[in-house]
Design a protein around this ligand. Structure first.
Ligand SMILES: Cc1cc2nc3c(=O)[nH]c(=O)nc-3n(C[C@H](O)[C@H](O)[C@H](O)COP(=O)(O)OP(=O)(O)OC[C@H]3O[C@@H](n4cnc5c(N)ncnc54)[C@H](O)[C@@H]3O)c2cc1C
Length: 439
């Protein structure tokens, strides 16, 4: 029983206005909080981190193009101009929609009048042996920094002992032919073939292999054939080996074994093959859908609980206009979060909620500099530089503040012109430096 339940009363220090509790400060949570700026309610946003992660740019952190501050933005900073909102750090452990209480690992429980569940998703290794232990997923800022540090460490190891090259110290296997896998391997290829080639001229660059493994017969199954062909060609031109119809059986620190029996020498495995919604969805009284996603009603509320809303990657959202289940994308999360916020504002004013309709600006992915793909809803496709521009425009709109957008434009333009990767250093926090060890 929670401390709040035991006391059997309203939480101490709680204001008189209704409380809207938002769990998760991703695109969904931020979108909801923003739309409640004028509501007569206390908006409380809780995230386990004190920052929002702009996931579409995680590859750029992993490949040293951007620094962490360009991709992680302080959540408190985002709400300085919203007097009815407060931000807290806390890890959710359970949600009780009957008692209207949320419990946390590291702070007192919070009760609510309205709840927005926007807890995102986590990586799914599908039980692949060794993948959890030795693989590098790409879902959080910590994942991106870990991968970056590991890759730099492997090149330094090869520099110290070039005999490791034949053992696969520089090789990377990327798993998954969807956007995460393709975008990751594309970004790694640029890092390998340009910057590392110059940084480590004594190492045999031609032996540094980048291998993309996809279980189905094609990359980018969600795109049309012309995009698939373009993508495979663009990756191969960047020196990526594409293996389709192959899946990973097991992983060790230095080897990746495929189900076909083939063994790949590689000291790095990047996992971009699957997601599952936050495990906290199972606290809710609904039957979860594929990928553990929480089914949302047309207005994004939970069946039988009009005061609870589920948005973003954690939710199974059906577009009211097309009746199609929407993909786990930043633009879906942001728009759904905004609609949930608007609906709560309407309920607070005694008005009826509105169904969610997604405004689809196209499905898109970047493969490398000047190489991107876009597929619009009616099937028209775009490739190359024009698609890169479309990707940039749509993703700029996802950034939280005008200041972020301006900074991103400067960073991207600078990187585009100079090809520089300023973050290509490894700052060790696990070893004592000279000064500290003198003490
Ligand atoms: C590498 C990568 C690239 C992508 N590229 C694109 C792209 O180019 N375009 C696009 O549209 N989409 C892209 N996506 C998808 C997009 O980023 C997600 O769909 C979007 O972030 C989902 O938003 P969300 O708010 O639902 O979840 P998230 O952004 O994941 O936010 C969930 C929040 O909940 C917090 N949280 C989780 N569990 C707990 C807990 N127990 N307690 C407290 N807090 C918790 C997390 O810290 C996080 O801040 C990409 C995703 C990845 C991983």
């Amino acid at each position: 029983m929670s401390r709040l339940e035991m006391s059997g009363r309203r939480e101490e220090g709680r204001g008189q206005r209704p409380r809207v509790l938002i769990l998760g400060g991703g695109f969904g949570g931020i979108g909801a909080a923003r739309k409640l700026a004028d509501a007569n309610a206390d908006v409380v946003l809780v995230d386990r981190n004190d920052y929002h992660t702009f996931q579409p740019l995680l590859y750029q952190v992993a490949t040293d193009l951007l620094e962490t501050a360009a991709v992680g933005h302080a959540l408190r900073d985002l709400f300085h101009d919203q007097p009815n909102a407060s931000v807290h750090q806390g890890t959710v452990t359970s949600i009780d929609v009957d008692k209207k209480v949320v419990e946390f690992e590291d702070r007192a429980p919070l009760d609510y009048d309205y709840l927005v569940v926007a807890l995102g998703a986590t990586v799914n290794f599908f039980g692949t042996k060794g993948a959890d232990e030795y693989g590098f997923p790409m879902y959080t800022l910590v994942d991106a920094v870990r991968l970056k540090e590991h890759v730099l460490d492997r090149w330094e190891a090869a520099d110290r002992d070039p005999s490791l090259v034949d053992d696969g110290v520089l090789n990377i296997v990327v798993v998954g032919g969807g956007p995460t896998g393709v975008e990751s391997v594309g970004a790694l290829a640029e890092l390998y073939r340009s910057n590392f080639a110059e940084d480590y001229p004594d190492l045999p660059q031609e032996k540094a292999r980048l291998i993309l493994v996809e279980a189905s017969p094609t990359l980018f199954a969600m795109f049309k054939q012309d995009i698939r062909d373009y993508t495979t060609k663009a990756l191969e031109q960047r020196g990526v080996e594409v293996l389709v119809g192959e899946s990973v059986e097991s992983v060790t620190p230095t080897r990746v074994t495929l189900k076909s029996g083939k063994v790949l020498e590689a000291h790095t495995l990047v996992w971009g093959a699957g997601l599952q919604a936050s495990p906290l969805g199972s606290s809710l009284p609904v039957e979860l859908q594929r990928g553990r996603r929480v089914p949302a009603e047309p207005d994004l509320s939970l069946a039988g609980h009009p005061e609870v809303f589920a948005v973003g990657d954690v939710a199974w959202i059906t577009d009211s206009k097309t009746n199609e289940v929407l993909p786990q994308l930043g633009s879906v999360a942001l728009q759904a979060g905004e609609r949930a916020g608007e609906n709560i504002a309407r309920l607070l004013e005694g008005k009826a909620t509105k169904a969610f309709e997604y405004e689809d600006k196209g499905t898109m992915a970047t493969i490398g500099r000047g190489a991107a793909v876009v597929q619009f809803r009616r099937g028209r496709t775009m490739k190359g530089k024009a698609a890169s521009l479309a990707w940039g425009t749509v993703h700029l709109a996802l950034l939280s503040t005008g200041e972020d957008r301006a900074k991103a434009v400067i960073d991207w333009t600078w990187a585009g012109f100079t090809h520089e990767r300023p973050s290509r250093i490894s700052v060790r926090t696990d070893v004592n430096d000279e000064k500290r060890s003198e003490k």
